[in-house]
Design a protein around this ligand. Structure first.
Ligand SMILES: [Ca+2]
Length: 199
């Protein structure tokens, strides 16, 4: 009887070892569970690739500095609309900064405060805009918004209506601009289907 109980005990142990071993060596289940964790979710390429930044670069030819104190494209603001009806603003610009590795700005710029491109449009003939002056700025879309198909981006370039100044814009996933969509060359105030700014 004792031997029988021992055999049963050994058998159960073996069964437990068997099942425990089987369970711990089933990688598909284990990996799938880990992949659903928050860390792996944010590392996912598709999920993390959000084009949340805009680079605005002057098309003033380097070395062709103008004598104006507001040289180049004058950016008042930008608005990202939810859809082509242009009725709902999803985001404006925030966190604007001059780009250090862009061509140096021409001297004598009286409108060098890059933050003038942030927030709602507020330009007057003498203030409220940043003159790109041969250089470039990068800004983040407010509210963690991102460029997405169906949305529309409006860039408000101000100044003389008879002389719209050329600049180019592209969307990037970060201020470091490692991953960006195509450049879109334009001039003056403009609305752009946001999908055109995606790779
Ligand atoms: Ca402004």
């Amino acid at each position: 009887m004792t031997n029988l109980l021992s055999l049963i005990a050994v058998g159960m142990t073996a069964l437990l070892l068997c099942c425990g071993g089987t369970s711990s060596t089933s990688p598909p289940t284990s990996v799938a569970s880990d992949a659903a964790g928050p860390q792996d979710a944010t590392a996912d390429v598709v999920i993390s690739e959000r084009f949340t930044h805009l680079e605005l670069r002057d098309l003033l030819t380097p070395g062709q500095c103008q004598t104006s104190s507001a040289a180049g494209a004058d950016i008042d603001a930008a608005k990202l609309y939810a859809d082509p009806s242009l009725s709902t603003v999803v985001a404006t610009l925030t966190g604007c900064a001059w780009i250090a590795d862009a061509p140096a700005a021409c001297p004598g710029n009286a409108h060098e405060d890059e933050r003038a491109a942030e927030g709602a449009p507020d330009a007057t003939p003498v203030d409220g805009y940043v003159s790109l002056d041969g250089s470039a700025i990068v800004c983040r879309l407010s509210g963690d918004a991102a460029i997405a198909p169906g949305r529309v981006l409006e860039v408000l370039e101000v100044g003389a209506a008879q002389l719209p100044e050329p600049f180019r814009v592209r969307a990037c996933t970060s201020a470091e601009r490692v991953r960006c969509g195509p450049w879109l060359d334009t001039q003056g105030g403009v609305t752009i289907p946001a999908g055109k700014l995606l790779p």
